[in-house]
Design a protein around this ligand. Sequence first.
Ligand SMILES: [Zn+2]
Length: 161
Amino acid sequence: MARPSTPGFACRECGWTTVKWVGRCGECQVWDSLVEQGAPTSKVTAVAVSEARAARPITQIGTESSVHRPSGIGEFDRVLGGGIVPGAAILFSGEPGVGKSTLLLEVAARIAQAGARVLYVSAEESAAQVRLRADRTGALRDELYLAAETDLATILGQVDA
Ligand SMILES: [Zn+2]
């Protein structure tokens, strides 16, 4: 049986690790030197749920929010079953340089052109680099917003704004 990658106890004198607590370190032989590691340091606390987010009987759940929004790019919409569903998280992957960012910028521009406000957040490229790509591909739209950001809390703040 393989040992877990994070053993349960470590010697505070020499760093020796073991899955089970023992009274004496197996390496430096110091007594009572093992301390538990990897123990949870925070507790999850239940928070009050607003009425809008409260659980409801399934028969009272509306389906209007699951309507697909087509981008107008046939293959893209086909793979997603008809387009992007509001609230969905979609993992988009491919070889470097294959054109993921260019395609997603095009999708964002088309959705912005259809009247929605779109926030494009880039964690790799600067906003200026994305702007230059939009210039080249004709993806400039007034309702397409750009942010170069990697911090999730800041990104969520941008979404709220
Ligand atoms: Zn030790």
